[in-house]
Design a protein around this ligand. Structure first.
Ligand code: GLN
Length: 484
């Protein structure tokens, strides 16, 4: 039995039935990490000894929680008390948080075993994990290619069998885009559904924590543990529904709108082919398919790349060498210390965003850029509202291309930014969206994205679960398959 193929849901059942111990399961993951990390580099920090101990402790006291014994990877943008948290940046090299992010502590309270902290684009800015200050993560389907980003380490870990499941964060697509590139499931919850406390802020009005998993049921299982109001995050709210376990049923009666602006033009032929094929199968399984329109969707990338950097430029002001992490040496006075620290600590993309953001917020340009982009945001919210009057959920490919080659887009930020053309609309409107594997194009995974109205996670997960079984894609990269 290849333990690395188990879903979290299935592993949990076996653990409960004592067919499997957490020590065995965790051991299988640690072994795979030893085998593959040299090629994949999904992790920034691991502690095999601590993981083994945690697993043994779970085995020694059964009934330890609703996720007891499940080996889990955590994106390095989430603070973990006593454990390094770098956000993929030199700026936070050596930073050890004194508290744990709410989403992580909720999972810890439920008994997970941490496998470590995963690699990411610096401060979650990027679509390929190439912006990490600690080197690029590689795609388990083809190690010459990127895993996507910014949660590339989390998605690669799950796809490579180096984690059972993982926590990611999504500001403009950073869960769904890497999930799509790596052939796994990724869910961005409704804004406010999951606490951001302890998530190092990139763009506070966009950031959400969510699951990167091997199945939709696993995504529901993890999400159930993440949601809820947190007194430590005033933007979090109680989810109006308990997150349910999706059941096996067809798609009959479900009205699905294909976003015409995100399908066809601008989408790679191979991706489009897999997408069209998936649509035909969903229809055959009873879904009522129609064409939907989000007329302002073409402004999402420009608006996102004004608003997210604007918020980032404010959020990243705290990294000044005084309070956290890196401090430059040899400065003559405090101003020079700030300058040197920030010059040395931040990478190129982060600096680019800070400059874009401060420019967009400067008094002479505020109305022309920031104000205008906020208006676009309202229009996009309106577009979705209108579309959901006709459809239960909306569909698009998750990404316009499959995983691209390492180095292919690093010198072309605009083409890198276009990786998120299908994902940013959900972030601008604060809506939940999920990417599930739909098939392969030239041996590389293609993701199908479903968008839902705010707090429709149950509907979204149920539909995605049905779609997943209709599409029948077994999410296992060659690195897992070769152990069968
Ligand atoms: N790739 C997008 C960006 O660079 C989204 C990142 C994210 O969701 N964190 O901003």
């Amino acid at each position: 039995m290849n333990l690395l193929r188990l879903t979290a849901t299935e592993a949990l059942r076996r653990l409960a039935d004592r067919e499997l111990s957490s020590a065995e399961l965790t051991g299988a993951y640690l072994e795979q990490m030893e085998r593959c990390e040299g090629d994949i580099s999904a992790y920034l920090h691991t502690d095999a000894e601590a993981s083994r101990k945690a697993a043994a402790a779970v085995d020694a006291s059964p009934g330890g929680g609703t996720l007891a014994g499940l080996p889990t990877a955590i994106k390095d943008v989430l603070c973990t008390r006593g454990i390094p948290t770098t956000c993929g940046s030199r700026m936070l090299e050596g930073f050890i948080p004194v508290y744990t992010a709410t989403c992580v502590s909720r999972m810890e309270d439920a008994g997970i075993v941490s496998l470590g902290k995963t690699n990411m684009d610096e401060f979650a800015m990027g679509s390929s994990t190439e912006n990490s200050a600690y080197g690029t993560t590689r795609n388990p389907w083809d190690t010459q290619r990127v895993p996507g980003g910014s949660s590339g380490g989390s998605a690669a870990a799950v796809a490579a069998g180096e984690a059972l499941w993982a926590l990611g964060t999504d500001t403009g697509g950073s869960i769904r885009q890497p999930a799509s590139f790596c052939g796994v499931v990724g869910l961005k919850p409704t804004y406010g559904a999951v606490s951001r406390y302890g998530l190092v802020a990139f763009a506070s009005s966009f950031d959400q924590v969510g699951p990167v998993t091997r199945s939709v049921r696993d995504a529901a299982l993890m999400l159930r543990h993440l949601v809820g109001k947190d007194p430590l995050d005033s933007t979090s709210v109680e989810h109006p529904e308990a997150i349910a376990d999706p059941v096996d049923r067809d798609l009959s009666g479900l009205r699905l709108g294909v976003v015409s602006e995100l399908a066809g033009e601008g989408i790679e032929a191979g991706v489009n082919e897999v997408f069209r094929e998936a649509l035909a199968r969903l229809q055959a399984a009873g879904a009522e398919l129609g064409e939907a329109s989000l007329p302002h969707v073409e402004y999402c990338i420009p608006a996102y790349y004004i608003l997210a950097p604007a918020e980032a430029s404010a959020n990243l002001a705290r990294f000044d060498g005084v309070r956290y992490g890196h401090r430059a040496s040899g400065a003559g006075d405090v101003t020079e210390m700030y300058e040197l620290t920030r010059s040395e600590g931040f990478g190129d993309e982060v600096k680019r965003r800070i400059m874009l953001g401060t420019y967009a917020l400067s008094s002479g340009y505020y109305d022309a850029y920031y104000g205008q982009a906020q208006k676009v945001r309202s229009l996009v919210v309106g577009d979705f509202r209108a579309a959901f009057a006709d459809y239960d959920l909306l569909l698009s490919p998750t990404t316009p291309t499959t995983a691209f080659r390492i180095g292919e887009k690093v010198d072309d930020p605009l083409s890198m930014y276009m990786s998120d053309v299908c994902t940013t609309p959900a972030n601008l409107a604060g809506l939940p969206a999920i990417s599930i594997p739909a098939g392969l194009s030239q041996g590389l995974p293609v993701g199908l994205q479903l968008f839902g109205p705010a707090f429709s996670e149950n509907l979204l997960l149920q539909a995605a679960h049905s779609a997943e079984s209709v599409l029948g894609f077994q999410a296992a990269s060659p690195l897992v398959e070769e152990l069968d």
